[in-house]
Write a protein that binds this ligand. Structure first.
Ligand code: ATR
Length: 286
């Protein structure tokens, strides 16, 4: 890497806390690989300082930044413009700065969709999708999948009211394609019969409780593609058990990779060197 100098374009990651992020190593490897004089740095920002930090960044040599927990919603009020999908999702994870103007995007859901496409060759268009969980990650994925033309979406969550609320929002903001489902096994089994793509967005199965499984794998049929957004461990118990039945499986590393690859393209205008970025993620997630 060239030494950082006055011309180096900076890219930040704003969040709090930031200790565990893989993004700095992944993005800096990508800049280095393409010989770009960019540098990605993590900046821990408390909520009350977000506006001041964004104002400062917009007056410095920054090409943009990523935004993570807890600022993905609050950042919106400091932006000049917001991309249509990010507006629908109501959360921003990537900001570009061009001529002092800040524009917000959301590459979390589109990163998931791209990872699914790259790993299975399947697009979400016209597919029946079943999503377990209704938190922040589910929100980005469910609204993106609806926006990109899924035929139906079933949302199922431990707290049923959150699934109902998100389903109502998708139907109102995108189109009538989403229902909420209770945790009743019979109801789930019926709906999972026609499911093309199942996505676990809950934290069940994440290290250190990686022996946990978010639903009975018997409910999923072998033609369903099973995705888990967890990447630690790379193969959750859900992916292992459904894989044994013959399902194609997709882990969460691709979503992390492609949300970053899409952000890289927005900042630099260049296609990201995804295989080099993937190597870094594999090393870090070991
Ligand atoms: P993220 O940003 O990763 O989506 P989140 O917004 O905290 O995180 O959402 C976590 C999701 O995992 C929620 O759907 C949560 O269910 P609740 O809405 O009922 O809290 C789900 N989740 C977490 N732990 C769970 C568990 N032990 N069993 C079932 N669902 C769980």
């Amino acid at each position: 890497m060239n030494a950082i100098n006055v011309n180096t374009k900076l890219v930040g990651l704003l969040g709090n806390p930031l200790g565990h992020s893989f993004s700095p190593a992944m993005q800096n490897r990508a800049f280095e690989k393409l010989g770009l004089d960019y540098y990605y740095l993590p900046i821990e920002v408390a909520g009350e300082n977000l506006g001041d930090v964004v104002k400062g960044i917009s007056r410095m040599n920054f090409a943009g930044f990523n935004v993570t927990i807890p600022h993905k919603i609050n950042i919106i009020k400091y932006l000049d413009e917001i991309d249509e999908l990010a507006e629908i999702i109501g959360a921003v994870n990537t900001v570009t700065i061009k001529d002092g103007r800040l524009k917000g995007y959301n590459t979390d859901g589109s990163g998931f969709v791209r990872s699914l496409e790259e790993e299975t060759g399947i697009t979400v268009q016209d597919q029946n999708v079943f999503i377990l969980g209704s938190g922040g990650a589910s929100r980005s994925i469910a609204l993106t999948v609806a926006y990109k033309g899924a035929r139906t979406i079933c949302l199922c969550n431990r707290t049923v009211s959150k699934a109902q609320e998100l389903a109502g929002e998708i139907n109102a903001k995108v189109r009538e394609c989403c229902i909420s489902v209770t945790l009743d096994k019979g109801e789930m089994k019926e709906l999972l019969k026609d499911c093309d793509i199942f996505i676990n967005t809950t934290s069940v199965g994440m290290h250190p409780k990686d022996e946990e499984i978010p639903l009975d794998p018997e409910l999923i049929n072998e033609k369903t593609i099973v995705c888990d957004i967890i990447y630690n461990p790379l193969k959750t118990k859900l992916l292992k058990e459904t894989g044994k039945k013959g399902c194609k499986t997709v882990n969460g590393l691709g979503m992390l990779l492609f949300q970053g690859a899409e952000a890289f393209k927005l900042w630099t205008g260049k296609d990201a060197p995804v295989s080099d970025m993937e190597v870094i993620l594999h090393v870090l997630s070991r």
